[in-house]
Design a protein around this ligand. Structure first.
Ligand code: CA
Length: 219
């Protein structure tokens, strides 16, 4: 997914960019309200993370102008101002969610996931496999699928783009997000285990040598 981060605090902006990229997104950044307005008017994003106090145009004005252009891109407001009036005004102007600074990285990640899920089906179905993006739980032929956290991360990455190749290093990077460093070799182990667990669903993980993996239905 393509996300625009509008934040004038350099350290926070860089940190958020890193977090989003580790989750597999493409993050564009700016610290200026006018620049954000310009980019939003001419480029397409799946989500905007928007600080309120900004040089140039303030965050609420950026949001207002975006909604006036009939752009429905979800907006997550970030602000140090924890005042009810600001929050209400932001929501009135069409913000989709609001996070007060300081916030935990995990909470930011959860809010982003929730906003990006909107408009997506709650349940992915592939062959005999069902996967709930909400509870991060899967079923094969009605039976719950027992997966470790890393196996879930790898499966979700493959399920996001079934039939398209996902790079092995990208999978390693995602699996390493919350845990100890993951190497390309451990990805091979997760894929090996997933293959066995997905077999009864008629779902195969194909290795494309030198490129990565893709999810496909077994012939
Ligand atoms: Ca600010």
């Amino acid at each position: 997914m393509r996300i625009l981060v509008v934040e004038d605090d350099d350290a926070l902006r860089d940190g958020l960019k890193t977090v989003l990229e580790r989750a597999g997104h493409r993050a564009a950044v700016t610290g200026d309200g006018n620049d954000a307005d310009e980019r939003l008017a001419h480029e397409s994003f799946d989500l905007v993370v928007l600080d309120l106090g900004l040089p140039g145009l303030d965050g609420l004005s950026v949001l207002k102008r975006m909604r006036q252009r009939q752009q429905s891109t979800p907006a997550l407001i970030l602000s140090a101002r924890d005042q009810i009036a600001d929050r209400v005004r932001g929501l009135d102007l069409g913000a989709d969610d609001y996070l007060s600074k300081p916030f935990e990285r995990t909470e930011f990640e959860a809010r982003v996931r929730a906003l990006l899920r909107r408009g997506q089906p709650a349940l992915a179905e592939f062959g005999g496999l069902k996967w709930s993006w909400e509870s991060r739980q899967g079923w094969v032929a009605g039976q719950p699928l027992a997966l470790t956290k890393c196996e879930s991360v790898v499966l979700e990455a493959l399920l996001h783009t079934p039939g398209r190749i996902v790079n092995k290093s990208a999978l390693a990077q995602r699996a390493a997000m919350d845990d100890e460093p993951t190497s390309d070799n451990s990805v091979e182990v997760y894929v090996y285990r997933l293959r066995r667990k997905l077999e009864p669903a008629g779902v195969a993980i194909k290795t494309v040598r030198g490129l990565g993996y893709l999810l496909q239905l077994e012939a």
